[in-house]
Design a protein around this ligand. Sequence first.
Ligand code: GDP
Length: 296
Amino acid sequence: MFDSLSEKLESVFKKLRGQGVMTEDNIKEALREVRLALLEADVNFKVVKDFVENVRGKAVGSEVLQSLSPGQQVVRIVHDELVAVMGGHEDNSLDLAAKPPVAIMMVGLQGAGKTTTCGKLGRHLKGLKRRPLLVPADVYRPAAIEQLKTVGRQLGLEVFNSSADQKPVDICTAAMKFAELNGYDTVILDTAGRHQIDDYLMNELAEINTVVQPLEILFVADAMTGQEAVNVASGFNDKLAITGVVLTKLDGDAKGGAALSIKAVTGKPIKFVGLGEKLDALEVFHADRLVSRILG
Ligand code: GDP
């Protein structure tokens, strides 16, 4: 991922770095190329527009133009703005500080990677010395419950016993009770997905949200679906007030637009990224690290 964007930005930067003297026109020309590279990487149009305006505002001042290395300074401004667009240096860790058991509700479209990410997250939390309980609350996809059980077995994590004839909200309520009685401090709810947002699903998720009151609602977004992931994230955020995003399949060959747009469009931070099908392929998200990966 990001290969093509990286290449294009690197060529703009190479030109910029070589310039000992710079004019507003040089900057405008460079920013035109940056703009095109971002649009080609499938970054949201409005996000690109704001980004380029911000960079231009900071780059055309006399301080930059008259400095000893104006090109280098513009490169730094682009770098810093990219970090800012993706959430800056804010702390993206989960907010689980409350009386246990606390709940994390995973939501998203079918195939986005929810079930896999539930396992990955459980493993991550176990590493932080928490006692997670995985809860299959997707009663519509026939294999979902079994899939989470398999993931739990692989990771040595407890999976709550549920069956497809129960109501999801009842499963979640019973799981919270079970966690309380058995000393599990974090309940990870694997909810149902659909191929698109529909009212039935949203009402069901809203009901679980009301009854369980999860501390975190994480929207699981498939980075391979680009702008669609950003639109769907907005839809879920409007209805559910998500607390963060997990961007999966960043190991794939998508262009990266979703990673660059989702925070700016939804206002909600990317908290984790999925980097593979294996259950250890989850990383806490750091905007500056991703930008370093893009800019080399
Ligand atoms: P769900 O329908 O949202 O529960 O999605 P699943 O967890 O079943 O995942 C759908 C597919 O995506 C599975 O084949 C997963 O192995 C795969 N997957 C999930 N996360 C990642 C990731 O970060 N990278 C890659 N390459 N594949 C992933």
